[in-house]
Design a protein. Structure first.
Length: 323
């Protein structure tokens, strides 16, 4: 358990809203198929702004919402599987954009696929000693999607979510994080392979591939597992709010039924944003924050799963103050 609390949240989205009807002009699909199978009605796609631009906007919004001096930030972690480039990290780009180059800061990226934000929050909570930590999930998944593959391109969107944390003895976060090392292509995106350029062998660009049914099966096991783990012996009924990874409404309905936990107490915005991978939990968190749904003395559970497979949860006890 870490004594930390969230003091501000922010989000950003790709600039172009694409509806299911718009996708009907790109691949052989229908609004009806996508809505009934996933609950997704639209997603935001970024064609001019990269992952760092979305991360910077979300970070600026989180800093404003926290009302802090950015020069007191000591740690920046960005969870992403779609960084702008191999190096430098998106976190260092955020640091530069915020004008924090001269400050005493550690900044780095972390990739745990769609569980990335949860892993980043846990890492930041355990590393942060003083000042503030900036934890961001940011993605431009549209650049790794095969826009001829209807089984994947309809599911994902671009966006970023961020939060500012500080140490506080009155608040707590309990974490659970797991990886299965099951990399057998249920959810996979390749990269350049070894020594191709040296031998002048041209390679096709690699795109995200997915076995939807296998991921579905995994997700419906992983989410209850992670929620039970952070709740330990406490009753699931005592959770005031669950903020889940926004992959598919049917997965959430299954989890709700299996755990006898009402859908009304889950924050769901996948209908508008689609699946934004590591940005999905912090975007939903920022929305809950903006709507005033996060208050003092609440028990809130963030929960997610992703490629790898990775999965995890964070139980937040907001304590006496708002988060
Ligand atoms: N539009 C129309 N038809 C589509 C389609 C689309 N966008 N995508 C796939 N189909 C077709 C398939 O080709 C298949 O056709 P066929 O029966 O003629 O072969 C049919 O729809 C049924 O596909 P199926 O895979 O059985 O659908 P499903 O009920 O399993 O739903 C998913 C597919 C992807 C929505 C579902 O498996 C899922 O949500 N999985 C989890 C994915 C996820 O969460 N990924 C992110 C993890 S972080």
């Amino acid at each position: 358990m870490e004594h930390v609390r969230i003091i501000g949240c922010g989000k950003a989205a790709g600039e172009q809203k694409i509806t299911n009807n718009d996708l009907e002009n790109i691949v052989e699909t229908s609004d009806e198929w996508i809505t009934t199978r996933t609950g997704i009605r639209s997603r935001y796609i970024s064609s001019s702004r990269n992952t760092s631009d979305l991360a910077i906007e979300a970070a600026a919004n989180a800093i404003q919402s926290a009302g802090i001096n950015p020069h007191d930030i000591r740690l920046i972690i960005v969870a992403t599987l779609t960084p702008d480039c191999v190096t430098p990290s998106v976190a260092c780009m955020v640091q530069a954009a915020l004008g924090l180059n001269e400050d005493n800061i550690m900044a780095f990226d972390l990739n745990a696929a769609c569980s990335g934000f949860l892993f980043a929050l846990q890492t930041a909570s355990s590393l942060l000693q003083e000042g503030y930590g900036l934890v961001i999930g940011a993605e431009t998944l549209s650049k790794i999607l095969n826009w001829e593959d209807r089984s994947t391109c309809v599911l994902f969107g671009d966006g970023a979510g961020a939060c500012v944390i500080e140490r506080d003895e009155k608040a707590s976060m309990t974490f659970y994080a797991r990886s299965s090392g099951d990399t057998a292509h249920a959810l996979y995106c390749g990269s350049r392979s070894l020594q191709k350029d040296m031998h002048n062998v041209k390679e096709d660009k690699q795109y995200l591939e997915m076995n939807g049914r296998e991921v579905f099966r995994f997700a419906t096991r992983a989410m209850p597992d992670a929620i039970h783990a952070v709740m330990q012996d406490d009753d699931i009924d005592t959770i005031d709010l669950i903020i889940p990874h926004q992959a598919n409404r049917r997965i959430l309905e299954y989890v709700s039924k299996k755990m006898k936990y009402p859908m009304e107490k889950m924050i769901i915005n996948l209908d508008e944003f689609g699946n934004t991978s590591s940005a999905s939990v912090p975007i939903a968190l920022a929305r809950a924050w903006e709507e005033g749904r996060i208050r003092e003395n609440m028990t809130i559970v963030l929960v997610g799963f992703g490629a790898g497979f990775t999965w995890g949860a964070c139980r937040i006890e907001t304590g006496g103050k708002q988060l």
